[in-house]
Design a protein around this ligand. Sequence first.
Ligand code: AMP
Length: 209
Amino acid sequence: MLGPPGAGKGTQAALLAEKFGVAHVSTGDILRAAVAAETDVGLRAKSYMDAGNLIPDDVMLEVIRERLSDPDAKEGFVLDGFPRTVVQAQALLDLLADAGTPIERVVLIDVPDEAIIERIESRLSCPRCGRVYSMKTRKPRHDQLCDVDETPLVRRSDESEDVVRKRLGIYRDQTMPVIGFYADCGLLRRVDGIGPVTEVTERIAAEIA
Ligand code: AMP
């Protein structure tokens, strides 16, 4: 799943993973859990994440290699937040070719910049399960508590407006070339990310079915 920060990759990846009965692999969620647990990777990643920068490719490749070897990824997976650089995209292609499970589709969720800033400003998420809410369009059932586990919702530490603008710049410089990379491989599908969550899910499902 490709797209700028705030495009809805996490929400859509979780819904699609459930729909197709495969694992949802979010590198952002893995890293936030590592930061909370203060593991070696977490301690290295925190300052990059808080500043809105990308974690070095070698660290990310180790993280993804380990995660994709978990038993729940054997039947397939939706990748969310990875790859974010052409180096990662090439390494993923090689890794999955070696494993005999090549990438089937790459979906780009298209959302214009103005909509992104607005979305992120109204976004809260669950620090325990990672579910994302919008105080405008996808409110929790109970005042700022997660619907799944009732944990108080929080604003991510990298979602102040200036850090979001920086993440958008990094997306443009480092992740947009990944779109061309997959277009050249013939794997890319573009989906309009504006509209109700369920409609966007249907658009994506139609592209990957
Ligand atoms: P996300 O939740 O996908 O927006 O990721 C949050 C942050 O984690 C990013 O701003 C990066 O600092 C880091 N991160 C997540 N995935 C990657 C990746 N594939 N490569 C480098 N950094 C990443």
